[in-house]
Design a protein around this ligand. Structure first.
Ligand code: H2U
Ligand code: ZN
Length: 344
């Protein structure tokens, strides 16, 4: 099939379709123009809630930390105490208690250094912290899913420029991982193999959508990408969770995350906004042999530092649609340098 015409692609991980309209990438834009993020932040900001030694919005004071720093979210969306669940009163009005915990993880004491600007060792420390928090939260009886994520940049709703991530742990398996659980189990049942092992094998063979890879993981623009420069990072080894990674895998994954985020910043020579999140298997005490650990980068920008992709009419009411093809996006990201534009 020729992919030059409008077509739809199947997202094997979610079981949903995306409309691809390659000819539409050149349409004129007279719509919203985003503000550029500030280029030069101080290394310490006395007004920042997350900088070492400063008071937070909730009143607590941060220690003079020197590596990654974790604290319980002062405005947590999930709380550990919950009333006992009661049976639903009606099929139309269902609710359930959702006990959980939310933490904030500052990457480093530096107010001005994002993931691609941190050293390899510092990013390894961030990953080791995500791993340790996952282990700690997963050990609680009432926690069945641990979601690690980063909102980077004001465009993605980050409330503070100090580089940080979050971990939200809850009793229920969440909507997005639940879809992936079904598709991975169904693929295994039908083909007798792992969906993402097969997918990575095929993508590294063809290379058209691979952005960058190393011995530990592969970063690619998925065949079914929705966001213009969406990237999927898949571990080469069939592991279910961050807590399964060896020390050398943590180090390889850190290197790959630095490369992807460096290329993102180099694309429009600006601090590139995105949401990043890991999808590990649930931690409800069952085994999930079909689950394959991966991470999604969802960046909002489309054609420049100031023009974003809007998920509006058709996307909200019908299905996602994209103009730039995943192959074109991969080609552009692949051609960029692994040296950050500000370090040249
Ligand atoms: P986002 O920038 O992705 O929103 O994450 C910042 C989180 O930090 C946010 O959830 C929390 C907010 O509740 N926070 C505190 O817990 N204490 C503070 O003093 C500031 C922000
Ligand atoms: Zn700060």
């Amino acid at each position: 099939m020729t992919l030059d015409f409008p077509h739809r692609r199947y997202n094997a991980l979610t079981g949903e379709w995306v409309l691809v309209s390659p000819h539409r990438a050149q349409r004129p834009w007279l719509g919203q123009v985003e503000r550029l993020p500030p280029e030069d932040l101080p290394d310490y900001d006395p007004a920042c809630y997350l900088c070492p030694g400063n008071a937070r919005a909730g009143g607590a004071r941060n220690p003079l930390y020197s590596g990654p720093f974790v604290f319980d979210n002062d405005f947590a969306a999930l709380k550990p105490e919950a009333p006992a669940a009661s049976p639903p009163e009606s099929a139309l009005f269902r609710s359930e208690p959702e006990p959980g915990l939310c933490r904030v993880i500052c990457f480093s004491p530096r107010h001005d250094l994002t993931l691609p600007q941190l050293s390899q060792t510092a990013v390894e420390q961030v990953l080791a912290t995500w791993l340790a928090e996952t282990r700690d939260l997963a050990a609680r009886d009432f926690i069945h899913y641990v979601q690690v994520f980063e909102n980077k940049g004001a465009q993605m709703g980050a409330s503070n420029p100090h580089p940080h991530s979050q971990v939200w742990a809850s009793q229920h398996v969440l909507n997005e991982p639940a879809k992936e659980l079904r598709t991975q189990a169904a693929y295994q049942a039908q083909h007798g193999r792992c969906l993402l092992c097969d997918y990575v094998g095929a993508e590294t063979h063809s290379r058209t959508r691979v952005v960058t890879q190393n011995a530990v993981a592969v970063a690619l623009v998925p065949y079914w990408a929705v966001w213009p420069f969406e990237v999927l990072v898949v571990l080469r080894r069939h592991v279910a969770a961050l807590t399964d990674l060896t020390e050398s895998e943590v180090s390889g994954l850190a290197e790959l995350l630095r490369r992807v985020t460096t290329r993102y910043d180099n694309l429009f020579e600006m601090s590139f906004p995105y949401s990043l999140g890991f999808h590990p298997a649930p931690v409800d005490g069952q085994a999930y042999p079909t689950w394959h650990l991966h991470a999604h980068f969802y960046p909002p920008l489309l054609r420049s530092a100031t023009v974003r992709k809007f998920m509006v009419g058709y996307e909200l009411l019908a299905m996602p649609q994209r103009d730039l093809t995943p192959e074109q996006a991969a080609e552009r990201l692949r051609s960029l340098s692994d040296v950050h534009y500000r370090a040249r």
